[in-house]
Design a protein around this ligand. Structure first.
Ligand code: BES
Ligand code: MN
Ligand code: ZN
Length: 503
């Protein structure tokens, strides 16, 4: 499932294919010239005949090499203009390369990096990151085929790089976050009959406890006792009882400062409940735990790189089902905070789950700041589609730090407005709050954030990421194969390391 990546100064010449970088408008590099010589001028010949290969960004040409060559194939990779290649573009390039190998049967690559470039080691590392991210696949529910029928997949990439030590180091810094992304994608891709709240909680423990993350699981009884009436209402129609999982990473035991808190919506399946969703497309609602998956992935990444920081992650895990026991529109429930909520639509369930999870983490941990992630509203997808994640932040510095981290990892954020008008809009008529806006469906992502703001304590730094459009995609992107994306894991890992870790 994952690609094994390595770096060294000298080639091994035992791979299926050699990858050669070409730059638009530049002479072929020394590496290319020497391989061309080794292949008896073959590459020059091909380029002479095929003028359409210009080294344009992402262009790929796979050549079959003559019998006596050290590789079966040469892959010409267009890297675009030399001075435009930065870390982000390098990652995309790695992704495009992997995509072009689909159904090629090539299992191993020797990648000749362009050593003429300054920072070539760092670029090689980022190409490797892109290769890794794009090579993810989710296949545990496919039955095994016979070996000769099995499609061959890329599994080994060796980089030849002048500063291979630097490349190796840069890649190693990135790989814990990649592992976190893969865990988040796995969780989102799991079917809801397998990943129901209790199974999910057990899986979190199995994944994170061995890495030194402290895990606490609250069951229904405990949540009843402490008054989580909002989260419990959402789960009460399901035969799978809800859970809340608290994950603590104490990477800086010497520091007594307040921890950072991350909260995730973990609705393992969202039918809408009694306010039932239409049938078409309902299967996609297995991804309604994407926020929680990102938090779990983040905790894995922090623990894998032994991050010097104290973080608490909280996920509310519930299944939203219609049944004779289900909560109904018009029910009034009491949340952990003590505020009452009138349920006007049982499909606006995520905000109820978050309300209790947010109140709990603020009450128990008094964090320095809290960021929540949730596939909260269809309105967010209408507003920003699948490219940008709408983010509501009550503090300008926090916003800048988050946006910058997202720029670096290519998880783009767009700031959305928090306004008193919408907070007010979510006040109840016969209760403290209500889970639907009084003004209808307009600005649905903003009114949802307005609801959440009722559960944020005074002066608490807070950001809410509505990842409804970014947690799940139905067509491939350069570094993200379709379905669960793991959106948020790399961004938040970067955000934490840049702003909150002492080095
Ligand atoms: N999980 C959905 C939001 C969603 C929709 C996520 C599509 C990803 C893709 C959420 O629980 C929901 O149903 N929201 C409602 C809120 C409405 C009833 C106020 C919505 O967006 O329609
Ligand atoms: Mn819903
Ligand atoms: Zn939902």
């Amino acid at each position: 499932m994952t690609v094994n990546i390595s770096f060294s100064k000298a080639p091994h010449k035992d791979s299926d294919a050699a990858v050669l970088c070409f730059y638009e408008g530049s002479e072929p590099s020394a590496a290319v010239s020497s391989l061309n010589y080794e292949f008896h001028g073959y590459i020059d010949n091909v380029l002479e005949k095929n003028k359409s290969f210009t080294g344009k960004f992402g262009q790929v040409q796979i050549l079959v090499l003559p019998e006596d060559s050290p590789y079966a194939y040469a892959i010409l990779l267009g890297c675009g203009k030399k001075d435009e290649l930065d870390n982000l573009r390098a990652e995309k390039l790695g992704g495009k390369l992997v995509a072009s190998l689909d159904s090629s049967n090539i299992e191993s690559l020797e990648f000749y990096n362009d050593n003429d470039l300054a920072q070539s080691g760092e670029l090689a590392a980022h190409i490797a990151v892109g290769i890794s991210l794009r090579s993810y696949s989710f296949e545990i529910y496919k039955s095994k085929k016979d070996d000769d029928e099995e499609e061959k997949k890329l599994s080994l990439v060796h980089f030849v790089a002048f500063d291979s030590d630097n490349a190796d180091e840069t890649y190693s810094e990135q790989s814990p976050a990649i592992e976190g992304v893969f865990l988040a994608r796995d969780l989102v891709n799991e079917p809801p009959n397998e990943l129901y709240p209790d199974a999910y909680a057990k899986r979190i423990k199995a994944q994170l406890k061995p890495l030194g993350v402290e895990i606490e699981i609250l069951d229904e009884k405990k949540m009843k006792k402490i008054g989580m009436g909002a989260l419990l209402a959402v789960g009460q129609g399901s035969d799978h009882a809800p859970r809340m999982v608290i994950m603590r990473w104490r990477g800086d035991k010497s520091c007594a400062d307040a921890p950072l808190a991350f909260v995730g919506k973990g609705v393992t399946f969202d039918t809408g409940g009694i306010s039932l969703k239409p049938g078409a497309g309902m299967e996609e609602m297995k991804m309604d735990m994407g926020g929680s998956a990102a938090v779990v992935g983040l905790m894995k990444s922090l623990a894998r790189r032994r991050a010097k920081v104290n973080v608490v992650g909280v996920v509310g895990l519930v299944e939203n089902m219609p049944s004779a026991r289900a909560y109904r529109p018009a029910d009034i429930v009491t949340s952990y905070s003590g505020k009452t909520i009138e349920v006007l639509n049982t499909d606006a369930e995520g905000r109820l789950v978050l309300a209790d999870a947010l109140s709990y983490v603020q009450d128990i941990y008094k964090p320095a700041m809290v960021i929540d992630l949730a596939t909260l509203t269809g309105a967010m997808i209408i507003a920003l589609g699948h490219e940008y994640c709408g983010t509501f932040v009550n503090n300008d510095d926090l916003w800048e730090q988050m946006e910058q981290a997202g720029r670096e990892t290519d998880e783009k954020l767009w700031r959305m407005p928090l306004d008193e008008v919408w907070k007010k809009d979510m006040e109840g008529t016969i209760s403290d709050t209500q889970n639907m806006s009084k003004s209808g469906r307009w600005a649905g992502a903003c009114t949802a954030a307005g609801f959440l703001s009722h559960f944020i304590e005074k002066d608490m730094e807070w950001a809410h990421m509505d990842i409804a459009g970014t947690a799940w995609i139905k067509s491939d992107k350069d570094t993200t194969p379709k379905y669960g994306t793991g959106f948020g894991v790399r961004l938040l890992d970067r955000f934490v390391s840049k702003n909150y870790e002492q080095s």
